[in-house]
Design a protein around this ligand. Structure first.
Ligand code: FAD
Length: 395
């Protein structure tokens, strides 16, 4: 999509300022501008400068948090059926299945334990044996696998087409885009948000929405808040186009056993997360672990671990050349729930960040925040995701 329209900030007073131009910020800004609010979307970098430039675009049901998030995930998934029409743009949407590969009895039990809750919520998922897997995904070497958890109905978008479609349609609705604008702090007076202090001066706004991913805690500290958002330094690589086709995006059930550490664990260990673009390139990941360091350096050790793991499961990749690698900080929380909703005690300030799977909820979160901004009720309700909740760890 060729982006047309005026980028840049034309005023110093807005109805709403959205901070962070990743998936979530772009969707939120589009919905606010479309609702008629004078909206600015700010990012210290460019569009998709954070985790949103690092991902595969998979619309994943498979890793949903089961305690409180299923309504969100289901409603989010449903939005994709009409998304291209809503945005009047092709975002590379296609149907795809999802497989979580199972290597151990413990992982089999972990996956089996999820099924009753998924089924009760009307989500189709099943356990398949290694023999069935061979039929479902012929390129996969199943020799070390017990089977997989199979989500037949998932999908994929092109990440960049989606975020830019939101930006383009937002600009057409009057959105103003401030790139290279860093927010240093949020002004609050009398329990109400007044605006933001930025690298380019102060902007007044009665609504501020933080969609700032792994960088959110720093803005919270400025307000005396201790938002428990952590991040993983997620690394991946992309190969040249490969002739064989994948029918699913593929991750490991081991993801459910990892990433709960706290501190500086190895960034050079990989857990399988693999997908293919519509053009045939394989996206291979993922190395990384929770860290306190905020960076985007791709490490040789991590990249080698990823390539080795992918080649183990997909012999067809052994001859494929890696074109490039990257890394980005991906926000998560100890209880697996996002920080989504208004901030207690500061009228006009809301958070929308740290989703377990971001792509699937992107269109819905845009709508939910717009409903709140217009004084209505967000649907589904977001009480469990309140920024001021006590975050339990290990979920
Ligand atoms: C290899 C890999 C593959 C992945 N694949 C998938 C997938 O297939 N599906 C999926 O759902 N998820 C996937 N993810 C996770 C996904 O990429 C992230 O969850 C998602 O991009 C988060 O989007 P966001 O909009 O919340 O945050 P971000 O994209 O991180 O956006 C935050 C933005 O805020 C800006 N910002 C921060 N602080 C400030 C400030 N003070 N002032 C101004 N701007 C600021 C940043 O520059 C950044 O652009 C993957 C991650 C990795 C690493």
């Amino acid at each position: 999509m060729r982006v047309t329209g005026r980028a840049g900030l034309g005023r110093s007073v807005y109805d709403a300022v959205v901070v962070g131009a990743g998936y979530i910020g772009c969707a939120v800004a589009f919905h606010l501008a479309s609702a008629g609010l004078r909206t600015a979307l700010l990012d210290r970098g460019g569009v998709a400068a954070g985790a949103s430039r690092a991902n595969y675009g998979n619309i994943q049901v498979q890793d949903a948090e089961l305690g409180h998030s299923l309504a969100l995930v289901k409603a989010g998934f449903a939005r994709f059926a009409s998304l291209e029409e809503r945005l009047d743009a092709s975002v590379g949407l296609r149907s795809l299945g999802g497989l979580l590969l199972i290597e151990t009895e413990a992982q089999w039990r972990l996956m089996a334990d999820r099924l009753p809750t998924l089924h009760a919520a009307g989500v189709e998922a099943e356990l398949v044996t290694a023999g069935q897997l061979k039929e479902i995904e012929p390129l996969l070497d199943t020799s070390t696998l017990l089977g997989a958890c199979y989500h037949r109905h998932e999908g994929q978008v092109n990440p960049f087409r989606l975020v830019w479609a939101y930006v383009q349609r937002g600009l057409e609705a009057g959105l103003e885009l401030g790139l290279g604008v860093e927010v240093h702090g949020i002004d609050v007076a009398g329990g109400r948000v007044q605006g933001v202090r930025t690298s380019q001066g102060t902007l007044a706004a009665s609504l501020v929405i933080l969609c700032t991913g792994a960088w959110t805690p720093a803005l919270g500290r400025d307000l005396g808040r201790d938002w428990q958002i952590r991040h993983v330094h997620g690394q991946a690589v992309v190969t040249e186009a490969v002739a064989g086709r994948l029918h699913n995006h593929i991750a490991s059930a081991a993801f459910f056993e990892t990433m709960h550490g706290d501190g500086e664990t190895s960034q050079d260990e990989a857990v399988l997360a693999l997908s293919q673009t519509a053009e045939g390139h394989f996206l291979l990941g993922e190395a990384g672990a929770p860290t306190r360091r905020l960076g985007s350096d791709a490490r040789a050790g991590g990249q080698a671990a990823i390539a080795g793991l992918a080649a183990r499961y997909f012999p067809a990749l052994r001859q494929a050349r890696v074109l490039r690698g990257w890394a980005a900080p991906v926000a998560f929380t100890g209880d697996g729930l996002p920080y989504l909703g208004p901030v207690d005690g500061i009228d006009g300030l809301a958070l929308a960040t740290a989703f377990k799977s971001t792509v699937i909820v992107t269109p819905l979160v845009g709508e939910m925040v717009a409903a709140w901004a217009l004084g209505g009720q967000a649907e589904p309700t977001w009480g469990a995701f309140a920024p001021e909740r006590e975050v339990a760890h290990g979920g």
